[in-house]
Design a protein. Structure first.
Length: 243
């Protein structure tokens, strides 16, 4: 393997699950839902543009609950290790997360993109401006930028284009190593990142609790908890003993 200079890391729900963040679950009928431990919300009811148009109060309430729940969780060892990589890796690094929590930031990561949006942010449907938001977000909240009563959760719904795709694709094309951590390998376009990185000659590594839908595309797969695998991988990379 050639020397590694540029790294792209993709993180998914499996990273934050070890901090207590609920994850998508598959019901018996094959549909996806968000399991809060008390209620399973169907994706069609809370995470699509159609759902927002049909019942904005339900969608806003659902994300209000998720935003409020962030107060009860803290970064785990995987978040901390990736923040250490961010501080100490002197090559190129981009950490792309599918997660909408703020645990990477709280751990100290700065070279970070939220491709699916962020819970602690509001998006104006009228002008596209974003603003920090920590409290409940009622339908019709006023945008500070344009004054429209059009704020919505700053979440990329199913059927919408993820954020910063051009920057992500450029980083993947320049990467020497692509690492996927805690992802299902089933949600596109993120599921296709491994193939894009591989096509440009990058080494590819999957760190996951179980084999994902995309495991076959990776050169290497290591199975186990993210809070165990990620610190060990980061330690090896920073020590120059390979990853």
């Amino acid at each position: 393997m050639t020397a590694v200079r540029n790294i792209v890391v993709l993180t998914g729900a499996g990273v934050s699950a070890e901090s207590g963040i609920p994850v998508f679950r598959t019901a018996g009928d094959g549909s996806l839902g968000w399991d809060t431990g008390k209620t399973v919300y169907r994706i069609e009811d809370v995470c699509t543009p159609r759902a927002l148009a049909a019942d904005a109060a339900l969608v806003h309430r659902f994300y209000d609950q998720r935003r409020a729940a962030l107060a009860d969780v803290v970064p785990n060892a995987a978040h901390v290790a990736l923040a250490r990589l961010d501080r100490e890796w002197d090559g190129g690094l981009l950490i792309v997360t599918q997660n909408v929590d703020d645990l990477h930031e709280r751990a100290g990561t700065r070279r970070l993109l939220h491709m699916h949006g962020a819970l602690r942010s509001a998006l104006c449907a009228a002008c596209g401006a974003r603003q920090p938001w920590d409290d409940a977000l009622p339908p019709g909240a006023i945008c500070a930028a344009c004054g429209a009563a059009a704020l919505r959760p700053d979440i990329v719904f199913f059927g919408e284009m993820p954020y910063d795709m051009e920057r992500i694709e450029t980083a993947l094309a320049e990467a020497d190593l692509f690492v996927s951590v805690g992802t299902s390998g089933a949600v596109y376009p993120a599921a296709g990142f491994v193939q894009l990185a591989d096509a440009h000659g990058a080494d590819t590594l999957e760190l996951n609790l179980d084999r994902s839908a995309g495991s076959g595309y990776f050169a290497r797969t290591r199975l186990g908890p993210a809070a165990t695998l990620v610190p060990a991988w980061v330690e090896a990379m920073l020590a120059g003993t390979g990853g």
